[in-house]
Design a binder for this molecule. Structure first.
Ligand code: ADP
Ligand code: F6P
Length: 320
């Protein structure tokens, strides 16, 4: 294979730039031409494709976001729209594609491969860590650390003012960001979509803790686990103690990737190019037990995410 392209799609994630860089530098090392597609599948169907050089990715390794930009592109689910993408790739003589994104992006990759025989390697890049076939996705570790920074700040002010605070974090339908940040940040209550919770019990426990002299408490709410305002109001009413709502949205999705995400990005990007060079079948790349693995796209869809119940239990034992 002599000519390949790379794109980022779906929500951006810290480490996407480091991953593009890894793909570009590995491709050039293997004497392949490398092209960048702007704005994910949305740019691909419009032929927004440009040649990348080694210098195109200079000074990129530490930057958050994605310099190729990203987009959501609902119409890409339509096979006729996918055909336009294939025509664009053909127009540039591109024989293989690396896509970096989340669950939706990998579905798009599967379609391009199944419907048109395009060789596509999928790299998991999303802060959500919601892909079951891989232990980690690029961006998750950095996002959790950003949430941890927020938790630390919140803790200072909650403690000073004897308050109860609720912090909503991202993750779509996955509670991993909330869980890991909650454990690392010592939050008293962690609410995730995977585990049912009882607001009456939480309110009673907060009230009891006040009587014991513990006057600040923190609830971390995964966005997929309920409505932040409703939960705060309910717990506030039941406990008789006001719950302050905090949410910091996109701030947790941006920022410089940390070591874990840069190294993961490097390993995934390098592997994707190796697979294309060897003309291997399309697949998704992931990491399990610190080993880079590949799985057919079919398995990405089937694999069900197993929530870490043990870690959830630890959070509730240690943080009360
Ligand atoms: P993420 O990749 O972060 O999960 P999305 O779910 O928004 O983000 O998916 C990114 C893009 O992938 C979508 O905007 C769309 O272009 C494409 N995509 C998502 N689902 C499918 C699907 N079932 N078939 C084809 N393409 C899809
Ligand atoms: O998938 C990443 C993510 O940030 C999710 O955590 C969140 O639910 C979603 O994207 C937000 O999407 P948008 O970019 O459309 O606001």
């Amino acid at each position: 294979m002599d000519r390949i392209a790379v794109l980022t799609s779906g929500g951006d994630a810290p480490g996407m730039n480091a991953c593009i860089r890894a793909v570009v530098r590995s491709a050039l090392h293997n004497k392949m031409d490398i092209y960048g597609v702007e704005r994910g599948y949305a740019g691909l169907i419009k032929g927004e494709i440009r040649r990348l050089e080694s210098r195109s990715v200079s000074n990129m390794i530490h930057k958050g976001g994605t310099f190729l930009n990203t987009a959501r592109c609902e119409e890409f689910k339509d096979i006729e729209v996918q055909r336009q993408a294939v025509e664009a790739l053909n127009a540039y003589g591109i024989e293989g594609l690396v896509v970096i994104g989340g669950d939706g992006t990998l579905r798009g990759a599967k379609d391009l491969s199944d419907n048109f025989g395009v060789k596509v390697m999928g790299i998991p890049g999303t802060i959500d860590n919601d892909l079951a076939y891989t232990d980690y996705t690029v961006g998750f570790d950095t996002a959790v650390n950003t949430v941890l920074w927020a938790i630390n700040n919140l803790r200072d002010t909650l403690h000073s003012h004897d308050r109860v605070g609720l912090l909503e974090v991202m993750g779509r339908n996955c509670g991993d960001i909330a869980l890991y940040a909650g454990v690392a940040g010592g939050a008293e209550y962690v609410l995730v979509p995977e585990i049912p919770y009882d607001l009456d019990k939480i309110a009673a426990s907060i009230k009891k803790s006040y009587l014991r002299g513990k006057t600040s408490n923190m609830i971390i709410l995964a966005e997929g686990a309920g409505n932040r305002e409703e939960i705060a109001e309910y717990v506030g009413k039941k406990s008789g103690i006001t719950v302050k709502v905090n949410t910091f949205g996109y701030i947790q999705r941006g920022g410089s990737p940390n070591m874990a995400d840069r190294v993961l990005a490097a390993r995934f990007g390098y592997k994707a190019v190796e697979l294309l060079k060897e003309n291997k079948d399309s697949c998704a790349i992931g990491i399990r037990d610190n080993k880079v693995i590949t799985v057919p796209f079919e398995e990405v869809k089937k694999a069900e995410k197993h929530f870490d119940n043990e870690l959830y239990k630890i959070a509730h034992v240690l943080n009360q």
